[in-house]
Write a protein that binds this ligand. Structure first.
Ligand code: DAH
Length: 346
């Protein structure tokens, strides 16, 4: 009996070794070890053999079964490996092919420059403040020393908004300038104060290459006991030099804004021709940059600050125009219309 078993095992091992596919291997497993397989049959037959042969036969059977199981497992592993290699070899997979690209957005040029502006002023000790885009006439005009009959309030310049808070706050407008935030920050933080206030502003006007109904400004305000326009000149020269990463000069000209006295216009050195005079600066060597001046007494009072103790200067420049200058953009409308053909260039 023992010999018979050993012969069977020998046969099975050879067949397993010869198997060349996983399917064949599975067939062999069923044939020998399956429920109706040879080993099961012999196992059932054990009871009929003479008692003295039983232990040896049983042992041979168990031993053989284990050995076959291990052969099957090894063979299966090898066949799987081969199959995988074959698949890999057959596959015409080109690892140099470009992958799937996902569209990734990026920061809008206006936001990027705004951040740069905030960083530079931040380094000079200015806080960054925010104000509402829908303002009361009080903050947008009155508190800024713009009288009731001033033409800036005309329908021509201003979007008036119908509001149920009319009674409480007066008429509401889409703010025409970031200057109302000056009053809000004075009210909130008092003096001394150093802040810039970037934001979106609105004007009711026809659009063309250099005018849009929506654009961005940056307001600046410095209030302290001993302040002069010389400080403003220093701060602005430093700011523009850092922003454009090259030596820049500024100059003052007289200008009128109701909320400052004296009021000035600040020009910057034309960066295109370095002051020599070119088409862009209309041969003057200078480019108009912003309005500024010493904060009017009435404005300090409106912000709750005593003009006999404190004084200060303020400025307002067009962030949109600055971005256009920085990147050489010739039409303001590109910056707000969301056209990807334009935006993807940045
Ligand atoms: N708010 C003005 C404008 O929109 C700009 C401006 C001028 C702001 C002079 C100021 C200033 O703070 O002092 O045209």
């Amino acid at each position: 009996m023992k010999e018979l078993i050993e012969k069977l095992i020998q046969e099975a091992k050879e067949e397993i070794a010869r198997a060349s596919t996983l399917a064949q291997l599975e067939e062999l497993r069923v044939k020998y070890l399956g429920r109706k397989g040879s080993f099961t049959t012999i196992m059932q037959g054990l009871k009929d053999i003479p008692n003295e042969e039983k232990p040896a036969a049983g042992q041979a059977l168990n031993h053989g079964k284990k050995s076959l199981e291990s052969d099957l497992e090894t063979k299966q592993h090898n066949l799987e490996q081969e199959e995988l290699e074959k698949q890999l070899n057959d596959d015409t997979f080109d690892i140099t092919r470009p992958g799937i690209t996902f569209p990734v957005g990026h920061i809008h040029p206006l936001s990027r420059v705004q951040k740069e502006v905030e960083e530079i002023f931040g380094q000079m000790g200015f806080a960054v403040m925010d104000g509402p885009e829908i303002e009361s006439e009080h903050y947008n005009f009155e508190a800024l020393n713009v009288p009731k009959d001033h033409p800036a309030r005309d329908m021509q310049d201003t979007f008036f908004v119908s509001s149920k808070h009319h009674e409480q706050h007066g008429r509401m407008v889409l703010r025409t300038q970031t200057s109302p935030t000056q009053i809000r920050s004075m009210e909130k933080y008092g003096a001394p104060l150093r802040a810039i206030m970037p934001g979106r502003v609105f004007r009711y006007e026809a659009t063309d290459a250099s005018h849009d109904s929506t654009f961005y400004q940056v307001e600046g305000l410095l209030i302290d006991k001993d302040v002069s326009l010389a400080n403003l000149k220093g701060v602005m020269t430093e700011f523009l030099t850092r922003l454009f990463k090259r030596e820049t000069k500024v100059r003052f000209r007289p200008g009128y804004f109701p909320f400052v006295e004296p009021g000035i216009e600040l020009d910057m050195w034309c960066l295109l021709c370095n002051g020599k005079g070119c088409r862009v600066c209309k041969q003057t060597g200078w480019m108009e940059f912003m309005g500024a001046g010493m904060v009017h007494r009435n404005v300090l009072k409106a912000g709750g600050i005593d003009p006999d103790i404190y004084k200060g200067w303020a400025f307002g420049f067009g962030l949109t125009r600055l971005v256009m200058m920085k990147y050489g953009i010739d039409d303001i409308r590109h910056l707000m219309n969301g056209d990807l053909r334009f935006l993807e260039q940045f």
